[in-house]
Design a protein around this ligand. Structure first.
Ligand code: ACO
Length: 315
């Protein structure tokens, strides 16, 4: 039994924040941001928007693409670290908003890598026959957790939501998932649950140190994923990476000898949307026809914790 991706969807808030807008707010430049990160603009949730409100349209799209109604779901897993409240979970609120009752719904917290953890959990439930259809969501409003005066963070993050339905199938789907965590790096990247006047509650990041660990761990991760499946770089059709920084993505693509035309990039107009970034990138490439049925995809993400993970998928 496999968990197959039966549908995907995503949502980005309407409000655009460009590099030129940021030049007016802090000591930065469009050129610095583009050269160091690859980002030109990001979308920002307004105060009426939230992890849950952004997730609803993303999930409706994913369900529609899968040809399913919400009542057919057996479970909802939401990867987020920026929900409005600690509890009820974003997943319970989302369950209610989608009009479903009585199925397990819960949040998973692994910062930018959260979607890989949520997808791995869903894969286990489907593989062992306990669920047929699981809605897996990644949604975050990390731009809201950044100190508006901190040029180190506000240039990087945007808001958004991505969704995927995994369905039981005899045909290959998710081939394997791989997860790692390393709590000893907590001082390099983290955040309070909600921002406050207390500086320590804002998102903090020692960018260049995070960068080095991310490049090295992602390199090990993609090798581990291929080796586990007795595959080589040539067996992959697409890399769908977490959209944190173009230079990190280029390093991973180089490790896989993949030309950048085989790498899905959205960060130029989304920035880093944290747990939403992988499912948004996947949905964009599915909808524009780049990703086709039968192709092999490598999904990966790295983030706060540190936590990092991958999934090798036959789409
Ligand atoms: N505009 C202009 N200058 C800036 C800015 C800015 N926005 N931010 C920093 N600088 C300056 C620094 O002060 C420094 O100046 P100095 O040389 O005079 O000291 C210089 O630019 C270089 O700074 P670095 O931090 O060394 O720049 P780097 O090339 O490492 O790029 C960046 C910074 C983009 C943050 C990069 O390190 C990065 O992408 N890191 C990884 C981020 C990531 O992957 N996070 C994980 C996911 S996030 C999550 O899990 C929530």
């Amino acid at each position: 039994m496999y968990a197959r991706i039966s549908g995907t969807g995503h949502f980005l808030p309407a409000t655009r924040l460009t590099n030129l807008d940021l030049e007016q707010r802090v000591d930065t430049s469009d050129q610095w941001i583009r050269e160091r990160t690859g980002i030109r603009e990001r979308r920002i949730a307004d105060l009426s928007e939230s992890v849950v409100s952004m997730s609803v349209p993303a999930c409706q799209q994913a369900l529609e693409a899968a040809g399913l109604s919400a009542e057919q779901l057996d479970m909802i897993v939401v990867a987020t670290t920026s929900a409005e409240r600690a509890f009820p979970s974003a997943a319970c609120e989302l369950q209610h908003a989608l009009g479903v009752t009585n199925i397990p719904a819960f949040d998973v917290g692994a910062a930018c890598a959260g979607f890989m953890f949520a997808m791995s959990i869903a894969d286990q439930y489907i593989r062992n026959g306990q669920a047929k259809h699981i809605l897996v969501v990644g949604a975050d409003v990390l731009a809201r957790l950044c100190n508006p005066n901190d040029r180190n963070t506000i240039v990087l993050f945007g808001d958004g939501a991505g969704a995927m339905v995994l369905s039981a199938s005899d045909e290959p789907g998710v081939l394997s998932t791989h997860l790692h965590s390393a709590g000893e790096f907590a001082s390099l990247l983290g955040s309070g649950h909600t921002p406050s006047v207390d500086d320590e509650a804002w998102l903090y990041m020692k960018g260049s140190e995070v960068f080095k660990v991310a490049v090295s761990k992602l390199s090990e991760l993609v090798s581990e994923t291929l080796q586990h499946n007795s595959m080589t770089k040539a067996d992959l059709d697409w890399l769908i990476p977490h959209q944190a920084n173009r230079r990190i993505i280029e390093a991973t693509a180089k490790k896989l000898s993949m030309p950048m035309e085989r790498v899905v990039m959205t960060l130029e107009y989304t920035g880093n949307t944290s747990a939403a970034s992988v499912p948004i990138a996947l949905d964009v490439a599915v909808r524009d026809g780049r990703v086709q049925r039968g192709q092999r995809l490598l999904l990966e993400a790295f983030g706060g914790g540190f936590a990092w993970g991958s999934a090798l998928v036959e789409y």
